[in-house]
Design a protein around this ligand. Sequence first.
Ligand SMILES: Nc1ncnc2c1ncn2[C@@H]1O[C@@H]2COP(=O)(O)O[C@H]3[C@@H](O)[C@H](n4cnc5c(N)ncnc54)O[C@@H]3COP(=O)(O)O[C@H]2[C@H]1O
Ligand SMILES: Nc1ncnc2c1ncn2[C@@H]1O[C@@H]2COP(=O)(O)O[C@H]3[C@@H](O)[C@H](n4cnc5c(N)ncnc54)O[C@@H]3COP(=O)(O)O[C@H]2[C@H]1O
Lengths: 141, 141
Amino acid sequence: LQAGNFLQSSVGNFIIPSERVAHVQIGNNLEHALLVLTKTGYTAIPVLDAKYQLHGLISSPLILDNIMGMERIEFENLSKLCVEDVMNQEIPTLHANDPLVDGLKLLINHPFVCTVDENKYFKGILTRRVVLKQLNAYIQP
Amino acid sequence: LQAGNFLQSSVGNFIIPSERVAHVQIGNNLEHALLVLTKTGYTAIPVLDAKYQLHGLISSPLILDNIMGMERIEFENLSKLCVEDVMNQEIPTLHANDPLVDGLKLLINHPFVCTVDENKYFKGILTRRVVLKQLNAYIQP
Ligand SMILES: Nc1ncnc2c1ncn2[C@@H]1O[C@@H]2COP(=O)(O)O[C@H]3[C@@H](O)[C@H](n4cnc5c(N)ncnc54)O[C@@H]3COP(=O)(O)O[C@H]2[C@H]1O
Ligand SMILES: Nc1ncnc2c1ncn2[C@@H]1O[C@@H]2COP(=O)(O)O[C@H]3[C@@H](O)[C@H](n4cnc5c(N)ncnc54)O[C@@H]3COP(=O)(O)O[C@H]2[C@H]1O
């Protein structure tokens, strides 16, 4: 495996830019979030505010878990709950000039990691797919 | 990156064994499948038959997509539809003695890949997390 400086290159060269990343607003209800997840086919997406700052992630497991009753899934609660109450706020972030190797470490336990600037403005996401594709390209010269 | 023979080691050394993998039966309805996904927190799991042979994968995006109406998500259809009608059957598989590098290639586009034996009996799954964890261990001696 000759990776040379590949793992030292910047995260910014490999991210999906923010304009191509599906997201929801912090004030949306869970019904809206589930509709966006269903229409895009993604299982988890970032939660942003109106100024494009990152606040957390929302995912289909999180939504389903919060509407799960004793006997059945209580779908009627979807419009009563808000993304802000349910989202995961304990998420790692990267900066565009971090080395890719820092991204690799975080991707071990996270399917994707959000990139933000110094003012917490959302810049895009680094995904496992992109890193695996790059790693595969390096080992198969 | 010195990987030596790591990528030539067998997939079988790295898989989550079948007894630890959440799955559904091919005859289950979508309501049951959604309950299993919700309780385990996984977004996709294998579909097996009573003899433990692999038939496909079921996921929260696939289920939600199939109950999506024009205006709203039609949850009442969950008990009417069956896993067999909705599951993804176009899935790659691996054998336990395949080299890990073959798994890496498939994991670029699949969050996990099922391992089967020569009679199609389900043996376990190779996940992106395990491969990323191993790759990271190799590059950080
Ligand atoms: N429309 C599509 N076209 C082609 N392949 C698709 C796809 N949707 C999903 N996949 C494949 O399935 C993997 C898991 O998707 P998932 O939605 O669970 O998990 C995704 C999703 O939660 C998020 N994600 C990826 N791209 C996104 C985007 N443009 N907007 C918002 N979230 C995104 O990052 C996670 C990891 O993405 P990654 O690409 O590594 O891994 C993706 C990709 O390999
Ligand atoms: N209970 C838990 N504990 C710790 N971390 C958790 C977790 N549930 C999810 N994760 C983390 O989230 C990633 C994506 O999970 P997801 O359910 O979308 O996607 C999962 C799921 O669809 C499937 N999977 C993993 N383990 C499974 C199991 N024991 N039974 C059935 N399916 C499994 O393989 C996909 C990729 O798994 P991977 O481990 O690479 O990646 C996992 C792992 O890093």
